[in-house]
Design a protein. Sequence first.
Length: 151
Amino acid sequence: MKEHNEGEKTNFNRQIFVNLPVKDLDKTIAFFTKLGFTFNPQFTNENATCMIVSDSIFVMLLVEPFFKSFIKKDICDARKSTEVLMGLSAESRVKVDAMVNSAIAAGGKEPRPSQDHGWMYGRVFEDPDGHIWEIMYMDESKMPEEMKNKK
């Protein structure tokens, strides 16, 4: 049971929907399909698709004119400026490498070298619209003691 804001108990499991603007929806779907992601057809049309990341995480990929209908500000050009970094965990270092290598093979870019801290390993790729995705593996059993003891 989780505590609700008003103090009542509930079985509600929060979900996250990240909304990203894209220039070419078909190209974007093809890119992420090559990385192993699937899409919810109930929320897919010529304006948008719902990419399934996990049971509780979804990325709404919206063509720019449709995305703009939700906001009053300008859309950030992710190839020139960074508004957000998406971080996804992976099951192992091998899975980190596999996803980033698949992203590069599908036309993505790797903007910086991998980072290896022993207990934590990560790599980054940019999707066709320039959004940055950090893929990381953490072995918490090898986390430095001073970090384990922080609470």
